[in-house]
Design a protein around this ligand. Structure first.
Ligand code: MGP
Length: 222
């Protein structure tokens, strides 16, 4: 029997395997790189020392690998934070991109199902890396998740607290993303009641119960 037909068959199969493995290895680029930062729960060191750069991703596949690999936000210890920021912006008030900015803040009541935090966090991550803020994307610096016994918080940091129209559009987009999220039956919607925009400068000078809200968006109002 000649070898030729077997060879052809093998080579066709090899080609098919090569195509499939190319498909499997394909990476779909994000518009910009995003970096995950983690704040640990050590009480005896300064805040900046507790902040660690975890990983930077610039493809959809690497983003999802990172999301699946790290511990869900709801399972972090109290006082820990996650931050996802674009283009190497550090998740701190002091840097140029944040110092005149503020945040859309969502308080998560303690009696909510713990996975509420993971759902809000993941929905906002996807909205950010998926560039769902359109023309306002450059104003969105990152998203922060503060795990706290007293009630966790998730916030979207924007670049310029005085850019009211932009910040309102960003807030409305966050609202849409969260109100349209698919929820498991054990997580009751809506995912937030009220979102407040706070200026970083006010937060730094605060007494936290007295920070004024520059803007407010309710989940029920139009
Ligand atoms: P926090 O983590 O934003 O709020 O800030 P938390 O822990 O919920 O507490 P509360 O005060 O809102 O009730 C807590 C503290 O972390 C701040 O008072 C700062 O000392 C420090 N900190 C937080 N951030 C976001 C920064 C920052 O960007 N830069 C510096 N230098 N310190 C920060």
């Amino acid at each position: 029997m000649s070898d030729a037909p077997v060879k052809e068959e093998t080579s066709a199969m090899e080609q098919q395997i090569a195509v499939q493995s190319d498909l499997l290895n394909q990476r779909h680029p994000l518009r910009r790189p995003w970096t995950l930062w983690y704040l640990d729960d050590r009480r005896n060191v300064g805040w900046l020392e507790r902040l660690h750069e975890v990983s930077t991703v610039d493809t959809i596949e690497d983003f999802w690998e990172l999301v699946m690999e790290v511990r869900p936000a709801s399972r972090l210890a109290s006082t820990c934070d996650y931050n996802l920021f674009r283009d190497q912006i550090q998740p701190v008030w002091e840097v140029e991109e944040n110092k005149r900015g503020g945040r859309w803040l969502i308080n998560i009541e303690r009696n909510r199902h713990p996975e509420t935090i993971d759902i809000i966090w993941t929905e906002l991550l996807v909205a950010m890396v998926g560039e769902q803020f359109g023309e306002d994307s450059e104003h969105v610096c990152g998203v922060v998740c503060n795990i706290r016994n007293k009630g966790s918080k998730i916030s979207v940091w924007t670049h310029d607290a005085s850019a009211e129209e932009v910040n309102v559009r960003i807030g409305q987009r966050i609202k849409k993303v969260l109100l349209e999220a698919e929820l498991p039956s054990y997580v009751k919607g809506p995912l937030f009641d009220t979102m407040r925009y706070e200026v970083h400068d006010d937060v730094q000078q605060k007494n936290s119960s007295q920070i004024r809200s520059k803007l407010v968006i309710s989940s029920t109002a139009e």
